[in-house]
Write a protein that binds this ligand. Sequence first.
Ligand SMILES: Cc1cc2nc3c(=O)[nH]c(=O)nc-3n(C[C@H](O)[C@H](O)[C@H](O)COP(=O)(O)O)c2cc1C
Length: 190
Amino acid sequence: MSKIVIVYHSGYGHTKKAAESVLAGALEAGADARLLPVGEIDDAAWAELAAADAIIFGAPTYMGGPSADFKKFADASSKPWLEQAWKDKIAAGFTNSATMNGDKFATIQYFVTLAMQHGMIWAGTGMMPSNTKAATRDDLNYVGGSTGLLTQSPADASPEEAPPAGDLETARMFGARVAAVTARWIAAAH
Ligand SMILES: Cc1cc2nc3c(=O)[nH]c(=O)nc-3n(C[C@H](O)[C@H](O)[C@H](O)COP(=O)(O)O)c2cc1C
């Protein structure tokens, strides 16, 4: 069974909702997965990250990049980086923000760079966007992420209201996809 850790920050609970759906998808796909909020990282959590087969990064987009709390975790990962402890693990990422675009991709691009510094293998969403005239907001991948999962929560919506159902379902499928990619990667290595 593959071990997946979803390490994320959420200031107000919206990105947490997305993280929970990513977790549900990974569990449904048969992975041993768990959520790790960046505020709860201790020595045991660092050891767990080192033992994982895949790490999924998640953060809200704040001021055109990952939130400072996530960046603090990323900076602290310089210790495993020195030992290349995450080399050849599968990596993936997701972000949530208020504006439909809102510069979300800057956050995803940062996650890719972080993963590459660690020598990881990046997995995208593998999903087509919903972008036809007939498309509706609750379609799968309406926000249209390919490099990473993108979800959107209107600025005045509570975490009970947003991200909307289609984005959460997209998050679930993304979690399942990362679990499937990880399982194939592990099987190929043995
Ligand atoms: C400090 C700060 C900066 C933000 N910057 C952006 C931004 O650059 N783009 C955007 O679309 N939304 C931005 N937002 C809105 C948040 O991304 C949005 O409220 C999101 O749902 C928050 O997720 P969270 O509840 O997990 O913290 C910002 C919010 C805050 C508090």
